[in-house]
Design a protein around this ligand. Structure first.
Ligand SMILES: [Zn+2]
Length: 304
């Protein structure tokens, strides 16, 4: 009996060591936020990717900033579970969330809000040679792009959709006018984890395209806060809490207030763009996007 017992002990110890080693093998970008829920946090505000493991397979939220990230994510998932990646939910159709689709699909089914495919097709038309250019940025990128195919979503939902995989439930919530043509927040009600997409970012000035409005962003913020999430994973930036939404609301309130005061003093939009300073947010990244924020705030002021 004795040798058998020590064999069992040895086998157990081996298993423990193997598990620890496996956990250590994960890339440093991977953060565990709950049991079976991980986030690959993009370097330097690159896009994030959620990895949610269920009893019936894996669900990804976004595919990584670029195909080099997608390949690291695929390897990490293989270390975490032998189960297949069944679904990939796009929080938006922009290339920094979707170029890596081909790394996962087939067999993965890709889901996005209505309008995502059209946005992706238009982007391909507007930027010919995009993939060749990306492949030329580094040998690693060239290698990661091998086998590239344009893979649009397989499923487009409207407004709201519930996806059930294994023991988990994913609520897909459309957000109008916050960042792209098809923004989706992904809410896991049982786990109270929210993937909040890119309408609201962290420690960074967001780009507000002409169809994006501050009232729409604030409405999305309110809707997401009302879910009462415990963990909020933005499309870009460090995962956090609902403080992300509070910070955003404060920023836009101050911006609209200052633009309003300058407009009232008779300044034109061009003058405001040149003169307005927000020293409280000077440490935020992507300051070159600030004029788009002023334009959106000016629209709010003029409509009041
Ligand atoms: Zn984007």
């Amino acid at each position: 009996m004795k040798p058998k017992l020590s064999f069992a002990v040895a086998a157990f110890l081996y298993l423990v060591v193997a598990c620890v080693a496996q956990a250590q093998d994960l890339p440093p970008n991977i953060k565990k936020i709950k049991e079976g829920i991980y986030v690959y946090v993009g370097n330097n505000f690159n896009s994030n990717c959620g990895i949610v493991i269920t009893q019936e397979g894996v669900v990804l939220i976004d595919s990584g900033h670029s195909p080099t990230d997608s390949r690291v994510i695929l390897d990490a998932v293989k270390k975490l579970t032998p189960l297949p990646i069944r679904f990939l939910i796009d929080t938006e159709p922009h290339p920094d969330h979707t170029t890596g689709h081909f790394v996962f699909s087939p067999p993965t089914t890709i889901i996005a809000h209505e309008g995502a495919t059209l946005s992706m097709v238009n982007r391909e038309k507007e930027t010919p040679g995009r993939i060749e250019k990306l492949a030329g940025t580094s040998p690693a990128m060239g290698k990661a792009l091998q086998g590239y195919r344009f893979v649009p979503p397989h499923v487009e939902y409207r407004d709201k959709m519930t996806l059930k995989v294994g023991e988990r439930s994913f609520e897909l919530l459309y957000q109008k006018g916050v960042h792209s043509e098809a923004d989706t927040a992904v809410w896991l009600p049982a786990e109270r984890v929210l993937f909040s997409a890119s309408g609201i970012v962290v420690d960074q000035v967001n780009i507000l395209r002409p169809f994006v409005t501050i009232p729409d962003i604030l409405a999305a913020s309110k809707m997401m806060k009302a879910l009462n999430p415990e963990v909020v994973v933005p499309g870009h930036g460090q995962p956090g809490t609902v403080k992300i939404f509070d910070d955003t609301e404060k920023y836009y309130a101050l911006l609209v207030e200052r633009v309003g005061a300058m407009a009232k003093a008779g300044k034109s939009l061009e003058e405001i763009k040149k003169e307005l300073k927000m020293p409280e947010y000077a440490h935020w990244a992507s300051q070159e996007r600030f004029p788009t924020n002023v334009e959106a705030a000016y629209k709010v002021v003029k409509s009041n």
